[in-house]
Design a protein around this ligand. Structure first.
Ligand SMILES: NC(=O)c1ccc[n+]([C@@H]2O[C@H](COP(=O)([O-])OP(=O)(O)OC[C@H]3O[C@@H](n4cnc5c(N)ncnc54)[C@H](O)[C@@H]3O)[C@@H](O)[C@H]2O)c1
Ligand SMILES: O=c1ccn([C@@H]2O[C@H](COP(=O)(O)OP(=O)(O)O[C@H]3O[C@H](CO)[C@@H](O)[C@H](O)[C@H]3O)[C@@H](O)[C@H]2O)c(=O)[nH]1
Length: 427
């Protein structure tokens, strides 16, 4: 099939390359010229395992453009994969979705054959039918489900293992209303060996939020229990090994530490909280889940002060800036509140991350420009005896932490074994 993808970021690019691997052709659309040039040179604008190889292997099966008209006229299905960030007040910001829907509408004016539009961005229930549909209809002069198809197909991939998650998902959720659109998506996803859940459109939208909210809840719950364990001298990882063996519970997303960051859990829980309040309901659990998560990274500093009570003038090494390993993404990384607090307490910070240093500096200039970036993790260990571990990159397992005071937010075994003084956040 010929597919166009609007928004060539973490989801758009991975989804597009995944569809290409399944035998399709893709036109990527973006507003960012840098991304367009890089994609056309088969260079991934983001770091994601396996993406570069795939882009090189399938050169010729895709290209990128900023021209919506060209992309729509030369494809049968269009996925919207633009960002849906938070506004100041935590509510969902739909400005990218709205501008994409308008531009798709304009381009659809000239198109006769039945074209299917699929919302892949994470959007609150009601958005596809209440915002995207009317905008496309208004700008194209055509009617949804008669002149063009419309569906909502949330994405569940995790950064770092995104290609594998896209190609081997636990399930594919497709919210549709009309039979013609359903047939197109059934065909497109046929090669993927996973249960296909067909629902109405707003149920598909809600499945995405409920999934992310539940996973975030699992981690915050584990961290709350983990904080109790720490006080009682109990290893919470052992506790959740025992808990997770109950098949009703499952062992996943119970890794205690300094909490969840990233481009999804924080903004999606916030958006769901705002929506719940708008509906006149009280999001009691969701608010607690967020509150636990906001406090958790600062536990690192509390524990550090047990061993280094005065941080003023001290150099502290921070290992890891990405919100998790195997990505260069720093959106809502726990490294930000940790480094911010260290600087407020008068410490100097030297840091290393294999992929995310440039992004961190650009994304958080208020702290990013006040810290030192090392060329290797060893350089951090040479610069100071006081180390905080924020992201569990594999290479941090290969270091010798002898003589160091390490406070670990993610459980790096090598540090646990070799450090002079070792404190785990919840173990
Ligand atoms: N990152 C993830 O792991 C993940 C996983 C599942 C779902 N999601 C959801 O997918 C959506 C995209 O997330 P992302 O992380 O890929 O975002 P991203 O910021 O990496 O990518 C979005 C892209 O859209 C482009 N864009 C913005 N406005 C545009 C427009 N009008 N026309 C064309 N391109 C435009 C941006 O330049 C950017 O390249 C969000 O709704 C997110 O919640 C993300
Ligand atoms: O047991 C765990 C698991 C994760 N985390 C943290 O949780 C955050 C999110 O991790 P992960 O879920 O692996 O990364 P994302 O790429 O943000 O993926 C989540 O968000 C995506 C965007 O919606 C969804 O598609 C995925 O299904 C969902 O897992 C990271 O900061 C992790 O360090 C923990 O602290 N403990």
């Amino acid at each position: 099939m010929r597919i166009s993808i609007i928004g060539s970021g973490y989801v758009g690019l991975v989804t597009g390359m995944g569809f290409i691997k399944l035998g399709n052709e893709v036109i990527f659309v973006d507003v960012d010229e840098r991304k367009i040039t890089m994609i056309n040179n088969a260079e991934p604008p983001i770091y994601e395992e396996g993406l570069e190889e795939l882009m090189k292997e399938f050169r010729g099966k895709y290209y990128a453009t900023k021209d919506y008209r060209e992309a729509i006229l030369n494809s049968d299905v269009t996925f919207i994969a633009v960002g849906t960030p938070s506004r100041e007040d935590g509510s969902i910001d739909l400005k990218y979705v709205e501008s994409a829907a308008k531009a798709i509408g304009e381009a659809l004016k000239e198109k006769d054959p039945y074209h299917v539009i699929v919302v892949k961005s994470t959007v609150l229930p009601g958005t596809t039918e209440g915002v995207v549909k009317p905008l496309i209809e208004e700008h194209s002069g055509k009617k949804a489900f008669g002149d063009f198809g419309l569906a909502m197909n949330p994405e569940f991939l995790r950064e770092g293992v995104a290609l594998n998650d896209f190609l081997n998902p636990d399930r594919v959720v497709i919210g549709v209303q009309d039979e013609r659109t359903k047939e197109v998506l059934e065909k497109l996803y046929e090669p993927i060996n996973a249960p296909k859940v067909f629902t109405d459109i707003k149920t598909a939208e809600m499945i995405k939020y409920a999934s992310n909210a539940f996973l975030a809840t699992k981690i915050s719950f584990a961290n709350e229990i983990g904080n109790i364990c720490k006080k009682l001298g109990i290893d919470s990882w052992k506790v959740f090994e025992g808990v997770g063996l109950d098949h009703r519970i499952s062992p996943h997303f119970f890794k205690t530490g300094i909490g969840w960051g990233g481009s999804c859990f924080p903004k999606d829980t916030r958006a769901l909280i705002r929506k719940t309040e708008e509906l006149g309901e009280e999001p009691l659990i969701l608010k607690a889940v967020v509150e636990v998560n906001e406090k958790q990274p600062l536990k690192l500093i509390e524990l550090l002060k047990k061993h280094v009570p005065e941080l003023k003038g001290k150099t502290v090494g921070v290992l890891g800036l990405a919100f998790k390993p195997d990505t260069d993404d720093v959106r809502e990384t726990r490294a930000y509140p940790v480094i911010k607090k260290l600087l407020e307490d008068g410490a100097r910070v030297i840091t290393y991350d294999p992929q995310a240093m440039e992004n961190f500096k650009g994304f958080y200039p208020d702290v990013g420009e006040k810290i030192t970036y090392a060329n290797s993790p060893r350089e951090v260990l040479e610069a100071t005896d006081v180390i905080l571990i924020v992201t569990e990159w594999k290479e941090f397992e290969e270091l010798d932490y002898s003589g160091k005071i390490v406070v670990d937010g993610r459980r790096v075994k090598a540090a646990e074994k070799t450090a002079r003084i070792y404190e785990g956040v919840c173990w």
